[in-house]
Design a protein around this ligand. Structure first.
Ligand code: H79
Length: 463
């Protein structure tokens, strides 16, 4: 009797020890629940996320058949919503929409050119729509005829773009829409307003999931290293909980990881996975305890719309990039190429402006971390730990001080920085500083070195 009890006790104790062990090196945030099924430690995850965190800036590309109507249908503008949603906004049945594929012939498409533009802008990765809600695939899929190989173009765009990314040293990511307005087994009831281009009353989500998994296998098998998978849900399903349950999302994640264990997965399968995806907004305080990436359009739509001229200024987007970095997040900036395969001129100009700024200032973006202080009135901070143990603070000055006094608040009493200089000027004149209790006052030159965002560097010891 006694022996039996002590056996149970020892067993119980070892289970407890094992449990404690497995917890101690895991994260204790919302992320944790999620790491457990994958059996990944914090250190393993940090290593896997390293390139993505270092990058801070990527390009989103929305391209599909919707680039052909470009926001108009049968000679009429369909201005509401988003250009890539034209099938839904126009309530266009598949029978009428499908023939667009016979006109898909983007003869100007040049993957190297696209990647060069992204790279010049300072973007370190590209994520492209391999299939949006319309259901048309930009890659050669064995599981559907509704793909680029059945167009006059007959070139696997995902192949060409992924190869070009590798050639130029950018990471490559695949966007994949879960909802599908074309595939008959995707139930209309799960779509926004119950829309489907060719609804089938007994559509079976389980059958659709087989299709989706087959395509995911293709994407993760034939195109080399896939840096990330950007699942999207549109306005499908009732909520995230239902989405995760009906899709068996944990299984999908395991499946993805079984094919490419280092791939980064966003949160739109309805479970947190690797990072959060605020869309068209930059959260006030980032997403505490989470990696995150804001995706943003340059105008008011993702897919190309010929008459949308509401472009953000280059200045606004550079400041958004800085804002994201200052809150520990990435910025995924969208381009919607035309039906010919070209970036809109307005996008090219903006990428160019951003690139010119990054040429001088990218050190204040790549590999930085969220600001240690609340945002000051004049701009934003990012920071980096130096090998010396000092902290390098980057002061992103949006509003150059009229009185020439740039003030850093929140330091410890009478703390002297080791070095202060302008990032734009390799040999800037020595900069005068005064330390006033918890404030550091930097005497900057009267003219801002950069009209958009000037960066002042402060090396200082922070705890
Ligand atoms: O791929 C891009 C969008 O097409 C997709 N995600 C980004 C990355 C997206 N899905 N949902 N949404 C964006 C937001 C949905 C907004 C909605 Fe609506 C409001 C759906 C219905 C009302 C926008 C406006 C779409 C239709 C009208």
């Amino acid at each position: 009797m006694k022996k039996k009890y002590s056996g149970i006790f020892i067993l119980g104790l070892s289970v407890l020890i094992l449990f404690i062990n497995s917890c101690t090196d895991r994260e204790s945030t919302a992320q944790k629940e999620w790491l457990d099924p994958l059996n990944e430690t914090v250190a393993q995850r940090d290593a896997r996320m390293a390139w993505w965190r270092e990058s801070r800036f990527g390009m989103f590309i929305h391209w599909g058949l919707y680039s052909i109507p470009a926001g108009s249908w049968k000679g009429e503008r369909i201005p509401q919503g988003l250009a890539e949603w034209i099938m839904l906004h126009g309530q266009i049945p598949s029978e009428e929409y499908e023939p667009l594929k016979d006109r898909f012939n983007p003869v100007e498409f040049d993957a190297d050119e696209w990647v060069r533009m992204a790279k010049y802008a300072g973007m370190r990765y590209i994520a492209i729509t391999t299939k949006h809600h319309e259901g048309f695939c930009l890659f050669d899929s064995k599981y559907t005829d509704y793909d680029v190989m059945n167009t006059p173009f007959k070139r696997d765009i995902i192949q060409e773009l992924s190869d070009a990314c590798r050639r130029h040293g950018l990471k490559f990511g695949v966007y994949y829409s879960i909802p599908d307005w074309h595939h008959q087994e995707f139930p209309a009831e799960h779509n926004n307003s119950g829309f489907h281009g060719n609804p089938k009353p007994d559509a079976d989500l389980e059958k659709y999931l087989v299709y989706m998994k087959n395509q995911i296998r293709e994407l993760l098998t034939y195109y080399g290293e896939i840096g990330l998978v950007w699942f999207d849900g549109g306005a499908s399903f009732k909520n995230m909980e239902q989405r995760a349950r009906l899709l068996h999302s944990e299984e999908i994640v395991k499946f993805v990881k079984s094919l490419q264990p280092r791939t980064i997965i966003n949160d739109r399968l309805g479970i947190p996975c690797d990072y959060g995806t605020p869309e068209q907004r930059i959260p006030d305080t980032g997403l505490p305890g989470r990696d995150w990436e804001t995706c943003m359009t340059m105008n008011d739509t993702w897919g190309y719309r010929s008459y949308d001229h509401n472009w953000k200024s280059s200045e606004a987007m550079i400041r958004q990039l800085v804002d994201c970095a200052s809150k520990g997040g990435n910025y995924l900036l969208n381009v919607g190429p035309t039906a010919l395969g070209e970036f809109p001129q307005a996008s090219i100009e903006r990428l160019d402006d951003i690139g010119r700024w990054m040429e001088v200032n990218s050190e204040s973006i790549y590999g930085t971390q969220a600001s240690p202080f609340a945002a000051p009135s004049w701009g934003k901070y990012t920071q980096k730990k130096l090998d010396s143990g000092l902290t390098r603070l980057y002061l992103h000055v949006f509003n150059w001080p009229a009185d020439g006094k740039l003030v850093v608040e929140g330091l410890e009493k009478n703390q002297e920085p080791m070095d202060v200089f302008l990032l734009a000027e390799e040999h800037s004149k020595p900069i005068k500083i005064t330390v006033e209790n918890e404030r550091l006052v930097i005497q900057v030159p009267p003219r801002a070195p950069d009209a958009i965002v000037s960066v002042v560097v402060v090396d200082i010891s922070l705890r």
